[in-house]
Design a protein around this ligand. Structure first.
Ligand code: AHR
Length: 501
């Protein structure tokens, strides 16, 4: 049997995970909102029209932040259409997704919903069709303490206390040809800078995210990022990254290796930020907001345009998608020193963690589980581990480690968690050399695995791909523990560290 080794010391850490690394994304897109989180006619809907069955699943994810209302949708959206009495709200066309927006769910509905989730909002302002004035007005409506037109309107809408929303995205993917009112980096950088000034003058407590390149494949990457940062550096707090990892025609071995490109992307964006920091002789280190990340595969349901709540990119993810998704999460964790925000995209029905049927069931996609595990057991000090692994080559990648693994020290719990993806078709023994932790005691080994890599969860078989506790997989070798990872599996290995005994 092949063996891999993870060596880590308590004293060598990458950094503490930011509280906002465990986020997701709700966009007015397809059936994410309408017929997703919000379906007033559903038997499980509460008095607000929120599906309580969906809320129950969302709460298992322990989300820390949720980005809203888009995405591409934001660049054509007027947030004012979604406030006030519902009978006065206009029905609009949304050209980003070619759908009908009834505006029966808007800002205040979202804030009520997120209150039930227990997460913080991240708001995206429209820097496509709108601009500085609109960004100032929504901030004043949400956060302003004093008496002003917009804050009084909020109160008139039944919200006495300001929401105090801390994080705001200055538009979305404005480098993209598909974006409503896309811009050159010079146009966007100047607009983002001027918007940032006005927003921070109104509320100095906020944090702002500038739009970075939409993908690593953009012809303008990473020059877009450099130019935008040169125009905004001292006015913003984060630069955004997006990545949707897609198998398309690739073989499984290649697909499982694709998060290695995400690793490159993160390093390249950090390098770009640091270049601008050096050029400006700035004392400020730019943080990253990975505010859209996921795996992507072709939808299982055809989209019908010009409807409300028609499923868009409604996909049953496969077991293999969950492995790639897990690797992507670990890649983000390993950059805990620079990534301050991360949002899986999207939460419900569009390449989602949670699938629903209109009027029917809600259930977990396989990708739900790695997220829930990392959200629950991955908050702490990410360890600067050394990993020795057998490697493989594919038609695209060379030297792909068979095991992708990361360890997190959860001091308060007196626990270390080792997450691991076994990319191989054979069991793999992972030796854990956790130094300076005292004698570690195995607590549990959870694995997500299936004999078929194309296995899915359906409303009839919602638990077909679901994690289970492994037994008999721990062994002791010399003075350290080893754990047996099943073929093609996502693993959570929990250990009590010496101090807690
Ligand atoms: O699938 C979500 C969309 O993907 C977002 O609206 C956009 O930002 C990205 O291109």
């Amino acid at each position: 049997m092949e063996t891999a080794k993870l060596i880590a010391s308590k004293d060598y850490t990458i950094g503490r995970t930011s509280e906002r690394l465990f986020g997701s994304f709700v966009e007015h897109m397809g059936s994410v909102v309408y017929n997703g989180i919000y379906e007033p006619d559903h038997p499980a809907a509460d008095e607000n029209g929120f599906r309580t069955d969906v809320l129950g699943l969302v709460n298992e994810l322990a989300l820390s932040v949720v980005r809203y209302p888009g995405g591409n949708f934001t660049s054509g959206y007027d947030w004012k259409d979604g406030i006030g009495p519902k009978e006065w709200r206009p029905v609009r066309t949304d050209v980003a997704w070619r759908q009908i927006e009834p505006n029966t769910f808007g800002l205040n509905e979202f804030m009520k919903w997120i209150g039930k989730v227990g997460a913080d909002p991240i708001m995206t302002v429209n820097l496509g069709m709108k601009g500085i004035e609109d960004a100032k007005n929504i901030l004043e409506y949400c956060n302003f303490e004093g008496d002003s037109y917009w804050s009084e309107l909020r109160k008139a809408h039944g919200v006495e206390q300001p929401y105090r929303i801390r994080t705001w995205c200055l538009g979305n993917e404005l480098d993209g040809e598909w974006q409503i009112a896309r811009k050159t980096p010079e146009q966007y950088g100047l607009l983002a800078c001027e918007t940032a000034k006005v927003m921070k003058w109104l509320d100095p407590g906020i944090e702002l995210v500038a739009v970075g390149s939409s993908t690593r494949q953009m012809a303008t990457y990473p020059e877009w990022d450099r130019k935008v940062l040169e125009l905004t550096y001292e006015h913003v707090d984060y630069l955004s990254l997006h990545n949707y990892i897609s198998k398309r025609e690739a073989d499984t071995a290649t697909y499982l290796a694709m998060p290695m490109d995400m690793e490159k992307q993160i390093r390249e964006v950090i390098a770009t930020c640091d270049y601008v920091q050096a050029k400006k002789r700035s004392g400020k280190t730019m943080m990253l907001s990975f505010d859209e990340w996921n795996v992507w595969r072709a939808p299982d349901v055809e989209y019908t345009p010009w409807q409300t709540g028609s499923p868009y990119d409604w996909v049953r993810f496969r077991m293999e998608d969950a492995l790639v998704f897990g690797s992507a999460m670990l890649t983000i964790l390993r950059h805990a020193d620079r990534i301050g925000i991360a949002c899986q995209s999207l939460l419900v029905n569009t390449i989602p963690m949670i699938l629903t049927e209109k009027g029917g069931a809600a259930w977990r996609n396989p990708t739900f589980y790695p997220f829930a595990h990392v959200s629950r057991y991955g908050r702490g000090q990410v360890l600067r581990a050394i990993v020795e692994s057998p490697k493989y080559d594919t038609s695209v990648y060379t030297d792909v480690p068979v095991v992708d693994t990361t360890a997190v020290y959860r001091e308060e719990q007196g626990e270390a968690t080792v997450f691991a993806v076994n990319r191989g078709d054979e069991p793999l023994l992972l030796e854990l050399s956790l130094r300076d932790f005292g004698t570690c005691r195995p607590l549990e080994h959870i694995a997500l695995k299936h004999e078929r890599l194309d296995a899915v969860n359906t409303s009839a078989q919602p638990l077909n791909v679901s994690p289970a506790r492994e037994t008999g997989t721990f062994t002791s070798k010399d003075d350290h523990t080893a754990v047996l990872l099943p073929p093609y599996s996502w693993n959570v290995v929990r250990l009590a560290t010496g101090e807690s005994r």
